[in-house]
Design a protein around this ligand. Structure first.
Ligand SMILES: Nc1nc2c([nH]c(=O)n2[C@H]2C[C@H](O)[C@@H](COP(=O)(O)OP(=O)(O)OP(=O)(O)O)O2)c(=O)[nH]1
Ligand SMILES: [Mg+2]
Length: 131
């Protein structure tokens, strides 16, 4: 039986110079230390957009407008299968990490050299011609 994928939403946020916002997964979480697009799991009662707004508020202390879905991938980790969907998002106000996590803005080409979560490698492959 194929495992049921857990829906995960993540944000593609750019600054005025075109750099992209990433966060580093905090110690103690799965895939600690790897870079990811900010976001998290969608709760059963939420739409993906609602979940992403909640996650950006909880993790980065910002409100956000969620735009179009850019790409989505399925990935099998040892303990979970995820369906990771990346949405364009506009954030309001300064990013203040709420979980002690490192956050940083990267130029598009810098993303390819980072230690990313494996699912994000697949996303990048899809996005590489348009970022
Ligand atoms: N947020 C996010 N999660 C990702 C990305 N790439 C990737 O493989 N993941 C994985 C890591 C986790 O196994 C899962 C998302 O879980 P999470 O830990 O962020 O979920 P959450 O914020 O709801 O946190 P928690 O309440 O479960 O601790 O998806 C990504 O770009 N962003
Ligand atoms: Mg998260």
């Amino acid at each position: 039986m194929p495992k049921k994928a857990v829906p995960v939403v993540a944000a593609f946020v750019r600054d005025v110079s075109g750099r992209i916002l990433l966060a580093r997964r905090p110690p103690g979480k799965a895939r600690a230390g790897l870079w990811e697009f900010p976001g998290g799991k969608v709760k059963p009662e939420e739409t993906p957009e609602e979940a992403l707004k909640r996650e950006l508020q909880e993790e980065l202390g910002v409100s956000a407008e969620v735009g179009q879905k850019l790409a989505s991938v399925t990935h099998d980790y040892p303990e979970v299968t995820i369906e990771l969907s990346l949405y364009e998002a506009l954030i309001k106000g300064p990013v203040v990490p709420q979980e002690g996590q490192e956050v940083a803005w990267f130029k598009p080409r810098e993303l390819f050299d980072l230690e990313l979560c494996p699912a994000d490698r697949k996303l990048l492959k899809i996005l590489e011609t348009c970022i």
